[in-house]
Design a protein around this ligand. Structure first.
Ligand SMILES: [Zn+2]
Ligand SMILES: [Zn+2]
Length: 293
């Protein structure tokens, strides 16, 4: 409860709240992205390479850029988080502070509802940010990563960071939510976000043969979005992309190709220049004026 008190206590200045929230969001980012980095880009780099969706590793300059923009995003998340807490303390949102006010059932129910709300919010704001007039201001920075690393999870331009952070006030306005429940939503968020950008397909091959493919999103889906600059706009689930017909036509076949690759031989040594050609050929180059809605 000490952490909750630091973040949500009544005696904090706005600066202190912003600082604590930035540190809290930063810890989550560095813990998950760092773990993904250690596992997939270091310890199991060779053993897992056959599951690398784009079969080469990102360049150091790309990773430095992703880290730089992510650090800026952490500060923006901290300020918007602090603003939401101040507004909630003043009674402008539906956030509540005692779990007993709505019971344990709603505590966990609100986590599920907020995850579905975030999925819809992400899909539609993402599509909007792909409009050719909005793309350069909001979303171009995130798409500089055509072969993302886990550090790209928060690599946003400041304007996009504001949009992404705004899910906190949106959820707090839309439903009664306890701060700890929103914390669980953010744990779910960072797991999917980092997994989607790490670039390794961890789902089993049979996923695409079951109805689960209509529901669950995969790292292949999001990596293809970075690679091709259009299609596959979803976050946690594949529901909106299926409903709106925005899955890339090659999505399922790409997933099957990635998950059917043979295990690496002991002599195999992946390097930055080693490349397994994806079935669709070369990645589509970045275009500043991309209109992908
Ligand atoms: Zn995009
Ligand atoms: Zn992305």
């Amino acid at each position: 409860m000490r952490i909750l008190d630091l973040l949500f206590g009544t005696q904090r200045s706005f600066l202190e709240r912003s600082l604590f929230t930035t540190v809290e969001v930063g810890l989550r980012y560095f813990l998950f992205a760092g773990l993904a980095w250690i596992l997939a880009y270091w310890l199991f780099r060779r053993r897992w390479f056959h599951r690398k969706i784009i079969a080469r590793f990102p360049m150091s300059a790309d990773i430095r850029r992703e880290l730089g923009y992510s650090l800026l995003t952490l500060v923006i998340f901290g300020v918007i988080g602090a603003g939401t807490i101040v507004a909630s303390r003043a009674g402008y949102t539906q956030m509540y502070w005692r779990i007993s006010d709505h019971g344990r059932g709603w505590f966990f129910g609100s986590v599920v509802c907020a995850i579905f709300l975030h999925d819809a919010y992400f899909y539609w704001t993402h599509r909007l940010m792909h409009h050719r007039l909005l793309f350069p201001i909001f979303h171009r920075v995130h798409h500089l990563s055509t072969n993302p690393s886990p550090w790209a999870a928060y690599a946003f331009a400041p304007a996009e960071a504001v949009v992404e952070a705004s899910i906190f006030p949106v959820v707090a306005l839309a439903m009664p939510i306890h701060p700890a429940a929103f914390g669980l939503v953010m744990l779910w968020q960072i797991f999917f976000n980092v997994a989607g950008h790490t670039g390794f397909e961890f789902h089993p091959r049979w996923l695409m043969n079951t109805p689960l493919r209509y529901f669950l999103n995969t790292p292949t889906n999001h990596v293809m979005h970075h690679e091709k600059m259009r299609g596959n706009y979803g976050l946690y689930f594949n529901i909106w992309d299926r409903l709106m017909g925005t899955n890339h036509p090659d999505y399922e076949s790409r997933f099957r190709e990635v998950t059917s690759r043979p295990l690496p031989s002991p002599l195999h040594s992946p390097t930055r220049t080693h490349e397994i050609k994806p079935p669709s050929g070369r990645p589509v180059p970045h275009r500043d004026d991309a209109s992908c809605v």
